[in-house]
Design a protein around this ligand. Structure first.
Ligand code: NAD
Length: 239
């Protein structure tokens, strides 16, 4: 297979979704590297960079060595952590570092895995107790998505954010089960004001495919096109 011509770096590529994205890219003949804090790779076709996305120097170094032209950024701490500060550190600060490193190295495409939680976090859909239960994760995924979209057009970087629903399929973590259990409990307690029974799920292979489609659809801007220097297109990276 000839591949798309891009060189991909899948951040969070050791995870449930990230691994499937890597497999899909390899299957169509693309060059792929993985950047993650956990190494689950024993594959000579995939160069692995072990490290944390909060470390911008490490990111720049890895992106430069990999020759990446397109980043697919799926990294996030899992749902339901007690240490909610980690969501800010990884999803917000880490995503800012990814964008800064991408721009410094000249990566032209960034696909970010956001979450449907960002869209359903509104009052119209969800009871206050349920919002609180998922507050830190949802809120900081939303901030990360805003940061990614605000970076679109910055120094030749093109960005897109996807909002997958619950992802199912082989290798799904127990987190999904516990989320469903958590929602069921809140439902039994009368704290959810929408009908449960038509839960929005997507298979991991479909979500991986969506990421490849998003990457293929992005058209890189020229380096001269920079929204920062065009007052008509204000860019805000502010939190
Ligand atoms: P996962 O936990 O299986 O994978 C996440 C990966 O990110 C892991 O390999 C982890 O080691 C890595 N990671 C975490 N912190 C990191 C850091 N600081 N630096 C480098 N790597 C780091 O999660 P997943 O289920 O594959 O989810 C992938 C993405 O999809 C996440 O951004 C998540 O918010 C989003 N999402 C997931 C679901 C779902 O149902 N699983 C639904 C909607 C959105």
């Amino acid at each position: 297979m000839p591949g798309s011509g891009e060189v991909y770096c899948v951040i969070g590529g050791s995870g449930f979704l990230g691994r499937r994205i890597v497999e899909a890219l390899l299957a169509r003949g693309d060059r792929v590297s993985v950047l993650d804090i956990v190494d689950r790779y024993n594959n000579s076709d995939v160069h692995f960079y072990a490290g944390d996305i909060r470390n911008e120097t490490f990111l720049q170094d890895a992106l430069r060595k990999s020759g990446a032209t397109c980043i697919i950024h799926t990294a996030s701490p899992p749902h339901g952590l007690k240490d909610t500060a980690l969501y800010r550190k990884v999803n917000v600060d880490g995503t800012k570092a990814v964008i800064a490193a991408a721009i410094a190295v000249g990566v032209t495409k960034l696909v970010y895995t956001s979450s449907v939680a960002v869209s359903v976090n509104s009052r119209a859909f969800i009871d206050a107790d349920l919002r609180r239960a998922f507050h830190a994760y949802n809120k900081l995924k939303e901030q990360a998505e805003d940061i990614v979209m605000a970076a679109n057009g910055r120094k030749g970087l093109c960005t897109v954010a996807l909002q997958p629903a619950e992802i199912t399929g082989p290798g799904a973590s127990q987190a999904l089960d516990s989320q469903v259990e958590g929602i069921a409990k809140l439902f039994q307690e009368g704290k959810v004001h929408y009908k449960i029974g038509n839960v929005n799920c997507a298979t991991v292979s479909d979500v991986a495919h969506d990421h490849l489609c998003a990457a293929d659809t992005l058209v890189p801007l020229s380096k001269e096109q920079d929204y920062e220097t065009d007052p008509a297109l204000p860019l805000s990276m502010a939190e």
